[in-house]
Design a protein around this ligand. Structure first.
Ligand code: ADP
Ligand code: MG
Length: 249
């Protein structure tokens, strides 16, 4: 079943002086259970596309359907993880993680139980009282991931979630996110992740959607059949990465 359908979506920004098209006639669908990466050059409209999918922005043309219903504003069935972590500096880890649940109207006791479960899942057990300034980048992003998972969304959207992290931390988190996605006890089954890293996309995705330069169109939609867990040093891995590279440059 298709969880998400993007149909002929275009986005044009207009101000007094000019208008410019960021995304042009984008169409693709995401099946339940898929891990999809969207890659494209910087400024090609990847963040804009994710914002439209999650209902934070609207297409100029075309339609986005989530579970066969037109996306029309934000819904708690989709959650987002941001490159910049987007934590509230004045809230501790527990309060940062429960904030979405509060908006959802869930009672305090239940909020805390849910948050504890996912804080534990991302390896932050014991850091509930810590403030963002006391955490490393990797730990901050764990909070961002726990906050999104706590919403128990049907679609997890991630916008370059590892780009602000050092290489070692990023790779650890990639592997952990894949473990969580493959964990049968986790409610999140479908992931849509934006990245500009070809290796990262090949490491994680079932399918890679390649966007062209602005105005971005879908340049390719490639199924990645490599067995998991994947190894970036394998020859088969490099061959797939080279193929994706040639689609972009
Ligand atoms: P990416 O995430 O692929 O780097 P973005 O979606 O952030 O690309 O942005 C694509 C282009 O759209 C950029 O040139 C950016 O400056 C422009 N843009 C993004 N948001 C707005 C906005 N709200 N108003 C005007 N232009 C915008
Ligand atoms: Mg972006």
């Amino acid at each position: 079943m298709n969880l998400l359908e993007i149909e002929h979506v275009s986005k044009t920004y207009t101000d007094k002086a000019r208008s410019f098209t960021v995304l042009k006639d984008i169409s693709f669908a995401a099946k339940e259970g898929e891990f999809i990466c969207i890659i494209g050059p910087s400024g090609s409209g990847k963040s804009t596309l994710l914002r439209m999918i999650t209902g934070l922005d609207r297409p100029t043309d075309g339609c986005i359907y989530f579970k066969n219903r037109k996306v029309d504003g934000v819904t708690d069935k989709m959650a987002m993880v941001f490159q910049s972590f987007a934590l509230f500096p004045w809230l501790n880890v527990l309060d940062n993680v429960t904030i979405g649940l509060e908006a959802k109207g869930i009672a305090r006791k239940e909020r805390i139980a849910l948050a504890e479960k996912y804080i534990d899942k991302v390896g932050l057990d014991g850091f509930e009282e810590a403030f963002p300034r006391e955490l490393s980048g990797g730990m901050k992003q764990r909070v961002g991931i726990a906050r999104a998972l706590t919403m128990e969304p049907e679609l997890l959207c991630m916008d370059e979630p590892f780009s602000a992290l050092d290489a070692f931390t990023a790779q650890n988190l990639r592997e952990e996110v894949l473990d969580l996605w493959q964990d049968e006890n986790m409610p999140v089954k479908t992931v849509l992740m934006v990245t500009h890293g070809i290796e990262e996309a090949v490491f994680m995705a079932d399918r890679i959607i390649v966007l062209s330069k602005r105005p971005a169109e879908v340049a390719a939609d490639v199924k990645i059949d490599l067995p998991r867990p994947r190894n970036m040093k394998d020859r088969a891995f490099s061959e797939v990465a080279d193929r994706i590279y040639s689609l972009i440059f």
